[in-house]
Design a protein around this ligand. Sequence first.
Ligand code: AMP
Length: 289
Amino acid sequence: MIARLDSPSAAAEWCAAERGAGRSLGFVPTMGALHEGHLALVRAALGENDRVVVSVFVNPLQFDDSRDLERYPRDLDADARRLDEAGAHLVFTGSLEQFFPGELVDGDLPAGRRLDPGPAARGLEGEHRPGHFAGVATIVDRLFDVVRPDRAYFGLKDFQQCLVVRDLARRRGGPHVVTCPTVREEDGLARSSRNELLTPEARAAAPALHAALRAARAAWREERIRDPDELVARLEDALGGSGLEVEYAEVRDPERWTVGRPAGPLARAVALVAARAGGVRLIDNAVLS
Ligand code: AMP
């Protein structure tokens, strides 16, 4: 049976006891409303660690849009059930005040106490969601302090987040960050907690994101296109008429993050897209090379 704790301090004690008994800890941070994408991270963690710890915390610091935060799906009982079935050992949650005791001012963490997320936070998600990655880096850093895991697991669906977290872990001297492939629906739509919010019409339009990435991948692999502007044109063509409100469709070098589009010809490429489907913000990406 999975252990369930409602405070970071209780979770820290649980984790310290496991570490003290010589057991390795794998950690999967989440915001809940768990789906197969999250469970794939849990399974990867189970394969490499003695104990698997999952946090469920809808982190207000990383929401740039209060409406998005309000309507973010929450169901901790269902999450705990799923994690228990998957074989995770501990699920914990907490409030912002519990994560940052004595540090909040008017219920919020002042900007001066938020971490600088580093250069990978610039451009794309960082530009479209101001403050988002500072919020991510700040909570992930605190979560790492609580759990002190050997390995932490993140999904490549959030590609730029993986870069930010890798940099953070490097600066801290750990944990080892493991990135896992994106889990998709049968029609290609990346699994996301926000998919629950899609109307039937928006859900029908949403797979266009993945279709655009496939078009860019075909351009890279079959036509051997290496020009970033040409690859972006393929993304834009595929997204045109999809009914999605595109925020960005871009190409970057996955190993050398740049704020803007890199100059071609490219040796490596990742295509990244963000769009709203009926007001719900979705992101996706694919490594082309
Ligand atoms: P979230 O609950 O959305 O903050 O996500 C928690 C973790 O699950 C992050 O590392 C995400 O990248 C990862 N994740 C979310 N969706 C997927 C997916 N479809 N495939 C793989 N990992 C995912």
